[in-house]
Design a binder for this molecule. Structure first.
Ligand SMILES: Nc1ncnc2c1ncn2[C@@H]1O[C@H](COP(=O)(O)OP(=O)(O)OP(=O)(O)O)[C@@H](O)[C@H]1O
Ligand SMILES: [Mg+2]
Length: 386
């Protein structure tokens, strides 16, 4: 997957900009608050279907304007395509593939695949379970479009079931039969989603082990396990898995009424992340946790490559400065055979990779008039972490 260009119009601080990318390493650099991350946002919106940082996509629309646009030209298995998005104050967001409007956002997800790595991802090991679930959901959605539909249905049914659980005793009794219908549907969706997530985590575990072993010369062995309401044996058949979730939903009704919420199901899933047999949340150093986060992101790229037979585009938002010298070296020596777009305050120098430099000032691609080639990240001192 290669992105050739990105055109932004009234998109945050980009008035009307076209940015061209090389198929190797691209460094978008410039001072703070100039619009570097805005460009990644304009690209990644096609991988995820929404902004990775806006609370509402409408925040993207340039102050004083009513519509924002982003359009990318990309090559997927050597075939040229375009994706466009129109974000309007007064209408729902519209996506276009090769100029044709997509009926739903879900229809374009998976078309353009990218792995985004930004500083907030470095906390994935110690953050709340919802961050790890989100990691799974974003990664799987790009590979399996049906997963988006399953999740959307699950969230709808869950919201309806929770609304009934929150009702007064009298009101709830009138909807008792609806609870049973929702429980059956949730049990079925739980089984489908858990199966997909478990398979993804199996691959994630394999690749994180491989990558982590390279990073630490085999000294540390990570392990990632999928944690859900069902046990390992329940995965033997879909029927058994569905029954397990159904039992969890029906046997805990009184407790659920007390809490006014559905207490069991894939919305409570987590990833157990260990190093050398110990829970990384409690025993890993901050440096080890960051290495795990990096390995998980690199693994996301490997799984995507395995299933689609080409690498996704790697978008690294200001993340290299957050990594110590060894991890930076690992990243730098493993990005040669794919397209990478990196944002940084400095024009990072890569010894072994052909690099395309893009200087951004006030939301515009400009010529960098000051002589500035320092520093060389490959020669940097470590930051003393670990
Ligand atoms: N809707 C908007 N309309 C116009 N400008 C906006 C809008 N939203 C954000 N901005 C501006 O975009 C700029 C931030 O852009 P961005 O986050 O891409 O910066 P950056 O170059 O990545 O900075 P840093 O190096 O600090 O990460 C800020 O100047 C902000 O005021
Ligand atoms: Mg930024």
């Amino acid at each position: 997957m290669i992105i050739k260009s990105c055109e932004l119009s009234s998109f945050r601080n980009a008035e009307s900009e076209r940015i061209e990318f090389s198929p190797t390493v691209n460094v978008i650099y410039g001072e703070n608050a100039q619009g570097k991350t805005n460009i990644l946002e304009g690209i990644y919106i096609f991988a995820r279907g929404k902004s990775f940082r806006a609370f509402k996509d409408k925040e993207i629309i340039q102050f004083g304007k009513s519509v924002a646009y982003s359009k990318i030209e990309y090559e997927k298995k050597k075939e040229k395509n375009t994706l466009g998005v129109e974000i309007s104050k007064s209408a729902p967001k519209k996506f276009y593939k090769n100029g044709v409007k997509a009926e739903r956002t879900a229809d374009i997800i998976g078309e353009f695949r990218a792995v985004l790595f930004c500083p907030s991802h470095l906390g994935i090991v110690s953050d709340s379970a919802s961050v790890r679930r989100n990691f799974l959901d974003v990664a799987i959605s790009q590979l399996k479009p049906i997963y988006i539909k399953m999740m959307s249905r699950y969230n709808n049914v869950l919201a309806n079931r929770n609304a009934i659980l929150k009702m007064s005793d009298e009101e709830r009794e009138q909807y008792r039969s609806m609870i049973d219908i929702y429980s059956s549907e949730l049990a079925s969706l739980n089984a489908d989603i858990a199966d997909v997530r478990r398979e993804y985590v199996r691959k994630l575990d394999y690749w994180v082990r491989e990558i982590f072993s390279q990073m630490t010369n085999g000294k540390e062995v990570p392990k990632i396990t999928y944690e859900t309401g069902a046990d390992k044996e329940d995965f033997e058949s879909r029927e058994r898995l569905k029954n397990k979730y159904h039992t969890l939903l029906s046997e805990n009704y009184d407790r659920e009424v007390k809490y006014g919420a559905t207490l069991f199901g894939i919305h409570k899933d987590d990833l157990k992340i260990e190093i050398n047999g110990r829970d990384a949340r409690f025993y890993a150093s901050q440096g080890q946790q960051r290495s795990l986060a990096l390995a998980m992101k690199m693994a996301e790229g490997e799984i995507s490559r395995e299933s689609c037979s080409e690498y996704p585009v790697f978008l690294l938002d200001d993340v290299l400065s957050e990594l110590d010298i060894n991890r930076r070296k690992y990243v730098l020596s493993n990005i040669n055979n794919r397209q990478v777009i990196i944002t940084s305050c400095e024009p990072l120098v890569f010894e072994n990779a052909e690099t395309n430099y893009i200087y951004i000032k006030d939301g515009q691609v400009c010529e960098d008039i000051k002589e500035n080639t320092e520093p060389d990240v490959t020669e940097d001192e470590g930051d003393g972490e670990e």
